[in-house]
Design a protein around this ligand. Structure first.
Ligand code: SF4
Ligand code: SF4
Length: 460
């Protein structure tokens, strides 16, 4: 049963439903975030080059990042995409309207997005590129600002060329991992009854009507079984004349065991996210100062070596070792499943573990560096202003004694979720309990070793 064990939040909270159906809600939120985003870009370009004194660095890479990865993604899935400022100018141009329902035809060249790119690969390589230069991006306000500006311009350009949110769906490096990790979230947008959709001839959620646009994310709500590609824009809530859209509260990780849409590009996203979390932790928290220097481009040959190792670890080493553990499990259990299928299926066990690793890493980072937010709030450009009387605040790292406990707790929860997912995936291969246990065992061992690696880095 599609909605079994779910609580429909819209039914429980009619005010929430009214809010989400209001045409002004999403643009109002986007305008607010666009304002902050613009300030971050201006501060990056015109403000102080000292990262810890610059609003662009502190609010994007500490405040926003922590909010996104510690709160929004794990608990609300793609809710950030509801209010994200990056696609806003392009979308408003396409619609030639911000709040009211604009012209039926979108203002765009309407080109066809290449079939070959209808997947996560561009997002995977985009994220790797950003991650590779992250020590530069995260500390140099100017570089960070130009990167943010280039995202905004790419959003406008792609909106002018292609219909709907092609940038969000296929290009945005942030959107890619939000989509994957939102499989874990306990909130989902679905239809109450798929049969109502099947019988509904006009499919207003696809075509749009006077109340809203056809799905900007190019998905059909009637066949949604996972959170990955629904951007929670709530257009279908406005357009559906059958009142068939629900916003459910559900158990964590519900989408991880949805078998039918698993793909290699998503599997690689799981490896890249886990690998980057591991490498970030090693570079920023590990005892190897020389590694940090290499990542910071102390010399070009050092950085080239770092880049080659970074890419090989993410694209070859981690997937290779994981593939080996899948192969061992397959051989030991006598499973008749193709190796590629098992490789892709089991990669989904790394989603809760990767998310937990990012939460653990970011929690430590934000508690230690979060106090910079108060300073830059009063002096966003580092020009000596003191708007709210907090500019003189000194760096005050918080929670030094509780951070390790939080990290151990989060990583243990992530590992437990990974082991549970591995066993459930094994059972989906139609094998009995004992064989499923054997098939999933090496993958579980892999997850355990990775978790111990994280703990070594965090606890020293
Ligand atoms: S408009 Fe509503 S009922 Fe019709 S197809 Fe879309 S979601 Fe289903
Ligand atoms: S399915 Fe509905 S909420 Fe999700 S992206 Fe499409 S229109 Fe927006």
């Amino acid at each position: 049963m599609l909605n079994e064990g779910r609580i429909d939040l819209l039914e429980r909270a009619p005010l929430l439903k009214r809010l989400l159906k209001a045409r002004a809600f999403q643009p109002a939120m986007m305008l607010a975030t666009l304002l902050v985003f613009t300030l971050a870009i201006l501060a990056g370009i015109a403000g102080t080059p000292a990262g810890s004194r610059n609003f662009g660095i502190v609010f994007v890479w500490i405040v926003w990042w922590a909010l996104l990865i510690v709160v929004l993604v794990p608990f609300f899935g793609r809710l950030w995409c509801t209010i994200c400022p990056i696609p806003a100018p392009g979308e408003w141009l396409q619609r030639r309207a911000i709040v009211r329902r604009g012209a039926a035809r979108l203002w765009t060249r309407g080109l066809r997005w290449p079939r070959r790119l209808k997947n996560m690969w561009l997002q995977n390589f985009g994220f790797l590129a950003v991650a590779l230069f992250s020590t530069i991006i995260l500390t140099r306000p100017g570089v960070s600002a130009w990167l943010l500006l280039s995202f905004l311009l790419a959003g406008v350009l792609l909106s002018a060329l292609y219909k709907n949110r092609v940038f969000c769906r296929y290009v945005c490096p942030v959107g890619g991992f939000i989509g994957l990790y939102s499989l874990v979230s306990p909130v989902e947008l679905r239809v109450a009854d798929p049969n109502v959709c099947a019988d509904h001839k006009t499919k207003d959620c696809i075509t749009g009507n006077e109340f809203g646009y056809g799905c900007p994310w190019m998905v059909f709500p009637g066949s949604l079984t996972r959170n990955a590609y629904c951007g929670l824009c709530f257009e279908c809530l406005k357009t559906c004349p059958k009142n068939n859209i629900v916003l459910n509260l559900r158990p964590f990780g519900s989408d991880l065991t949805v078998a039918k849409e698993r793909r290699l590009d998503e599997a690689y996203k799981a490896f890249i996210m886990l690998g980057c979390a591991l490498l970030y932790s090693a570079v920023l928290l590990g005892p190897w100062g020389w590694l940090k220097d290499w990542a910071n481009m102390d010399t070009l040959p050092h950085w080239a070596l770092y880049a080659a190792s970074f890419l090989s670890a993410n694209l070859v080493l981690l997937p290779g070792l994981f593939g080996l553990s899948v192969w061992i499990g397959r051989s030991a259990s006598g499973s008749g499943q193709p190796l590629r299928r098992l490789f892709v299926d089991y990669a989904y066990t790394l989603i809760p573990l990767g998310l937990a690793a990012w939460i653990a890493f970011s929690t430590g980072f934000v508690l230690v560096n979060g106090s910079y937010a108060l300073t830059v709030l009063s002096d966003p450009f580092g020009w000596g202003w003191d708007l709210f009387g907090t500019a003189g605040m000194h760096w005050t790292p918080l929670g030094a004694t509780i951070i390790p406990f939080l990290q151990v707790g989060v990583l243990t929860a992530g590992l437990m979720a990974a082991l549970n997912t591995a066993y459930k995936i094994a059972r989906q291969h139609g094998i009995p309990h004992r064989a499923a246990f054997v098939e999933a065992l090496p993958v579980s061992g892999f997850a355990l070793v990775v978790t111990v690696g994280f703990l070594r880095l965090y606890l020293g």
